[in-house]
Write a protein of this length. Structure first.
Length: 484
């Protein structure tokens, strides 16, 4: 048990800045006041403890207020990625048992479809709802589920990752023990709050008593302006956004107050890391996922230049080992990355099959391939082996293939990541068809079933797909088929 997170922070440091958005500033006591008022409105609408409420909202101060209000009501928060189609969202609503959807006018078209599954609350009309008293939790039980985020698996439907209050607490504690915590720290959040990378920043803010500068969406000009102002010390980035920051900087540099860029979303190209080193920008690579409530392995400050290319060592509360064929690997030997720690999920919602496969003897087996060097530093080779990372978004080939195979004229489908200058990678599909199918028809077919970033950018029609002796698709062979 720990004291009610936001209530405790508002009591300890009421006048510290909690949130900055454009020209607006909220202190922790002001944030807490707005959160309590919003919780009363949601209670007046009928929301009860242990309900599940989905949120389909943009990065805005009101979103931060709503997320904390749901915690005050002890309602589980289901984060919806607004880039998904309504079909994908409907599955998550149904699988999670969500009763509520809190959304806004910007997503009117999607909420009209989704209201068939849940009761919809518009953010813009919250203030007009009747208020009702609710029982404020004096403490949070660390084993209770706080949030649910869906992550696509390499096979089948997306899985709901259960994140407890304890997962978020230990993630923040582990990060502070690695990066250190300074009185002047301010975190720039330009990543979506529906991703664990974004939501974890909000949780750290409350635990640390640290201001967060919130951007509605990433914009390199605005980001560089803030990074040169002296008011930012830490920023979370992926390789694509870091490259855009470098391009925008040109010959200029960041303010010396910027002490690090926390880099996630997959391994970064070495030339990018070396370019940052030349500009004296400290980049701490990290390794983590939705299942570990943000990073679980991060490079320590003193190793950021010495170990370029490494994700680092596990955070203090966590452990890591590399396993191959049931045995622990030696240094530099490749194998599956397994992790353990109090920030690791308690499991997948409604998926005993996936839980049995992924959790063994207290360890979570990630499906990712990597190795430890002779000093214990982790190097990630393949992110869930076939995972495509496009602009920081995860795309699983099997999910795209499943949609393509639903087309009546497609017999076989294989999807891989194709290099792209802007996004790092984009999906490309190899298909075997009954008859000629126009690319425009395939695009239209996918548009109603997949988020835009998951739709293949190129379709290659082939006579057959490469398979091994067990008839499994050999995606690595498909990579060789891509035009150079």
């Amino acid at each position: 048990m720990l004291p009610n997170f936001l209530k405790q922070r508002a009591y300890l440091t009421p006048n510290r800045t909690a949130l900055v958005f454009k020209d607006g500033i909220l202190t922790f006591v002001e944030l807490y006041k707005q959160v309590k008022e919003t919780a009363q409105k949601l209670a007046g609408r009928g929301m009860q403890p242990e309900d599940t409420a989905a949120v389909l909202l943009k990065n805005r101060p009101q979103t931060v207020v709503i997320l904390h209000a749901l915690q005050q009501l002890r309602v589980r928060t289901l984060f919806l990625n607004h880039r998904l189609t309504t079909v994908e969202m409907q599955y998550q609503l149904q699988d999670s048992g969500a009763k509520w959807l809190i959304t806004e006018k910007d997503f009117q078209e999607k909420s009209v479809v989704l209201k068939e599954k849940v009761q919809v609350i518009q953010r813009e009309t919250l203030a007009a709802l009747p208020s009702a008293d609710y029982e404020e939790a004096a403490e949070f039980t660390l084993d209770d589920v706080c949030s649910i985020m869906y992550t696509s698996g390499t096979t089948g439907k997306p899985k709901g990752v259960l994140q407890t209050y304890g997962n978020h607490w230990w993630s923040a504690a582990g990060s502070a023990l690695n990066l250190g915590l300074r009185e002047e720290d301010v975190w720039l959040c330009a990543v979506p709050l529906f991703h664990i990378s974004g939501f974890s920043i909000l949780m750290r803010s409350v635990f640390y008593g640290m201001p967060v500068y919130l951007m509605e969406k990433f914009n390199e000009k605005e980001a560089v302006k803030l990074l040169q102002s002296g008011c930012i010390t830490i920023m979370s980035v992926v390789a694509n956004t870091l490259q855009r920051i470098l391009n925008e900087l040109g010959e200029k540099s960041l303010h010396p107050n910027v002490r690090c860029m926390l880099l996630g979303g997959g391994p970064a190209p070495r030339p990018l890391l070396e370019a940052c080193a030349e500009k004296q920008i400290s980049v701490f690579q990290s390794y983590g996922m939705t299942e570990t409530s943000s990073q679980i392995v991060t490079l320590a400050p003193e190793d950021s230049l010495r170990k370029i290319g490494s994700a680092g060592k596990p955070l203090f509360p966590a452990q890591i080992h590399i396993v191959s064929e049931g045995r622990e690997c030696k240094p530099f030997e490749h194998g599956e990355i397994a992790v353990k720690g109090p920030n690791v999920t308690i499991g997948y919602l409604n998926r005993p099959d996936a839980n049995e496969k992924s959790f063994r003897d207290g360890w979570f087996f990630t499906g990712d391939i990597g190795y430890l060097d002779d000093e214990g530093f982790l190097y990630v080779m393949d992110r869930r082996s076939d995972l495509i990372i496009s602009g920081g978004e995860n795309i699983y080939p099997a999910e795209v293939e499943e949609v393509l195979l639903a087309h009546p004229d497609i017999l076989e489908a294989g999807v891989v990541g194709m290099e792209d200058e802007k996004w790092g990678q984009v999906p490309a599909a190899f298909i075997v068809t009954k008859k000629e199918v126009l690319e425009s028809e395939l695009q239209a077919f996918c548009e109603v079933r997949l988020a835009k970033y998951k739709i293949p950018k190129k379709f290659f029609t082939v006579s057959d797909l490469p398979r091994n002796a067990s008839n499994k698709l050999m995606r690595r062979k498909l990579l060789e088929w891509l035009p150079s």
